[in-house]
Design a protein around this ligand. Structure first.
Ligand code: ATP
Ligand code: MG
Length: 234
């Protein structure tokens, strides 16, 4: 469903992604793991068109999307959950969800308020009038994922959702990701937290210094002591 071939991305003259290739099938949840500064966020931004790769190809559902603008890519069904969450602090919970709705016609509209509250009962419990600024880190993370779902994506790029959250909240988030997977939404998850990655994904890529250094099952990755020691936070 998403195929990235040999992308090279720069920030100014800094050469960051040095030939990244990834493949994610429909309904698959795949993790991209690596340490701070490895290039996880840059990979997701390069797919979403926020960073424009200097070279390489990004195909979504068979069509080249490299070079398109982020809003055009979003309209094709690719959703992006940024690492820094970016919820609107002065808007209410409901308004934060409302602004993200992409109307696609009833046949393609899978997600609505009721359904996202079903997936995130914790949000419903807060009340729709709760201001974005009055939410905990975990609640904000749930809201960013819920907000992305309101755009009815077929595929989600999820950037380090567990970062800075307490273990119990991380566990609730992993459950929500697994439920979203059951709905048939594919996910590329960037993570440093292996507990979260193993709970949600079966296939994994390791990125290091802007290059993919491992591709395989999470089980094989966990068996490789050297890789685990080098790249992963347990
Ligand atoms: N806007 C930017 N301008 C210049 N360099 C950047 C910029 N954003 C990131 N970098 C650099 O690019 C490299 C990859 O960063 P990236 O954010 O992709 O890493 P990451 O794997 O997501 O790390 P983290 O786990 O800290 O989120 C790092 O060396 C970083 O310093
Ligand atoms: Mg990052």
């Amino acid at each position: 469903m998403l195929e990235i071939k040999d992308i090279h991305s720069y920030y100014g003259s800094s050469y960051i992604l040095q030939g990244v290739s990834l493949k994610i099938k429909r309904s698959e949840v795949v993790s991209l793991v690596g340490r701070n500064g490895a290039g996880k966020t840059t990979t997701l931004k390069s797919i979403m068109g926020i960073v424009r790769p200097a070279q390489g190809s990004v195909k979504f559902k068979g069509a080249e999307i490299c070079g398109l603008k982020p809003y055009q890519i979003a309209r094709l069904g690719l959703g992006y959950v940024p690492e820094d969450r970016r919820i609107y602090p002065n808007l209410t919970l409901k308004e934060n969800l409302e602004v993200a709705q992409i109307k696609l016609g009833s046949s393609k509209t899978k997600w609505n308020f009721e359904k996202v509250y079903q997936f995130f009962p914790q949000l419903k419990a807060l009340g729709e009038g709760r201001l974005g600024s009055n939410m905990s880190g975990g609640e904000q993370q749930m809201l960013t994922i819920a907000r992305t779902l309101m755009g009815n994506p077929e595929f989600i790029l999820l950037d380090e959702p567990s970062e800075g959250l307490a273990p119990l909240v991380v566990s609730a988030l992993a459950d929500a990701v697994n439920e979203i997977k059951v709905e048939g939404v594919s996910i590329l998850l960037s993570e440093q937290n292996m507990k979260f990655a193993t709970k949600t994904t079966t296939k994994s890529y390791v990125i290091d210094g802007g290059k993919i250094s491992f591709e395989g099952t999470i089980e094989d990755l966990m068996k490789n002591e050297e890789l685990v020691k080098e790249h992963i936070t347990l």
